[in-house]
Design a protein around this ligand. Sequence first.
Ligand SMILES: C[S@@+](CC[C@H](N)C(=O)[O-])C[C@H]1O[C@@H](n2cnc3c(N)ncnc32)[C@H](O)[C@@H]1O
Length: 373
Amino acid sequence: MLKTEDIVKGFKTPEARWARFGPYYAMFPLDFAFNVVEKYSKKGDFIIDPFAGRCSSIYAGGVLGRQSLGIEINPVGWLYGSVKLSPANKELVIKRLKDIYSKRNYYKRAGELMPVFYKMCYCDEVLKFLLAARKHLDWRNDNVDATLMSILLVYLHGKLGEGLSNQMRMTKAMGIKYSVNWWEKHNMIKPPRINPLELVLKKIEWRYEKGTPNIQESHVIFGDSTIELDQIVKKAQKAGIKFSLLFTSPPYCSVTDYHADQWLRLWLLGGPQSPKSLKEQYKSRFVSTEDYYNLLDAVFGNCADMMAEKSTIYVRTDAREYTLNSTFEILMKHFPKHTVNIESRPFKNKTQTEICGNKTENPGEVDIILIQR
Ligand SMILES: C[S@@+](CC[C@H](N)C(=O)[O-])C[C@H]1O[C@@H](n2cnc3c(N)ncnc32)[C@H](O)[C@@H]1O
């Protein structure tokens, strides 16, 4: 039988190999996701995560025999999640990779016209290949294209020598000006020469080496929970389905919008060439306290309509005052009969936001656990 320990520690099984698929800002530690699912649900239960991110909660649920449903508004998180729950056939992915690679030379001129950031980040061969992938991969509608695209997203930026880019962070893309200045200061304005076909082929071989994961029926929806949940509630009620575990981590108020951090990956998915315009598009919900409150209120309110009477609500959130107090208040409003347990998770090491220059005090995270037995 598959043991949680084998998945969270090694890479020996297909489930372990796909579990870490997709670097994502503020992702759950894998052992935490598996432990919560094991402790607070049993086989055959239904689990929901309305802020799924890269979908570790849903993946852990699916691997451990729970039917799990996630919703994620950011296409990067959604792609990682939907692909790891159901990766396409390896041979078809390789065929598509070769097909995209063969189109790269049509993008020579387009590559030359790209802003200097891109030319410092990627060598010509990689940039032409990425432009072809950006143009031709139908990642929204086709699982082979989604699988290839999500593999490209994983290796789009990271430590020098590990992916397609010049030296970069892996979970979060830094800004254009910052990156260019950094490469200049460190004498790294020339990107590494990489053959993208060879590199991506190697990554595909490694990922599929043990096969694909065996998952209990589980899905992640690409969309906004405040909209999607209306339909989900109706369908669940019609089918007589009740969820036993709500396991999530909502966005933290005023900390990040999850789109700016992923701006380069969003560019590959067809988004703008610079992070600025994304910020304007998505910022409001996580900066205005009123919008933030309304978001959590709507989502947890809808979820409450689908939870079994005896259920667990497990929410990991920011320990900073506004996020914590409003999350707590909203959960108490929608789950008044549950008993509450609060566990503090102060950060032992520097957080990613601190490392990236955010000097504001960060007391860590808090787990709010509501149980009704
Ligand atoms: C703290 S992160 C979750 C990280 C996740 N637990 C993981 O392990 O990757 C919060 C997530 O909520 C998503 N989100 C924010 N607003 C949303 C909405 N209205 N509907 C669905 N997802 C949303 C963000 O894009 C982000 O990925």
